[in-house]
Design a binder for this molecule. Sequence first.
Ligand SMILES: [Zn+2]
Length: 191
Amino acid sequence: MDQKHRLIYYPDSILRKKTEDIEDITPSFVKFIDKMKQICSEKKGLGIAAPQVNESLSVFVSPMTGTHIKTKDPLYAKDIKDWSVFINPRITKYSKEAVGYEEGCLSLPKLYHTVFRPRSIEVSYLDIELKRHTKVLSHWFARLFLHEYDHLQGILFTDYILGKISNGFDQQNDLEDKMRISQALTAFEKM
Ligand SMILES: [Zn+2]
C-alpha cells in the first residue's frame, strides 16, 4: 500500500523544508489529498499540511467547509468531500491586532501552548479545481490558516514560543514556558 504517506512527527526534516507550489492537478495528487483528509480525520485534527503527510508540496486541508469560513466557531464537516483544500496559499494582509490562543499540532502530539497571532488576515489560494479564492479570515479560521501556512514554510508553532522566529507580536512567555517547550522537543528528538 501507500507506505510513504503517513503522519510525520517532529523532528523529521521534511517539517523544516519550504514547500513547492503545485502546477497541475494529477490523479496522484488527488489521491494524496484524500490521504491527507483521511489522516487528519483519524487523528481528529482541525487541519493538516502536506509536509505532515510526507510531501513537500504547498497545500493544506481542513475539515472546515467553505460556508462556515466566516463564522466564529468552526464546524467539523461530516463528509470528507466537504473539506476545504488550500493550494498555493498566500497571505496578503495581516491585522495589527494580536490575539493569543492555545495551539497544538498533529506532528507534536499532546503539546499545547498559547501563540499570539494576527486577529485577521487577507488570504488567497486555489481550490482543487485551481479556482482562485480571496478571503478575509478572522478568529479561529485565521489562526488555522496561519498555523498551516507556517507548515508550508517549514515553521512550527513552538518556534514562536522559543523566540526562534517572530511574527512581530510579543509571545508573553517566561523562562519557565520556554523550558517546558524545549524539554518537550528534546523528548520528541530522543524518541
Ligand atoms: Zn501543525
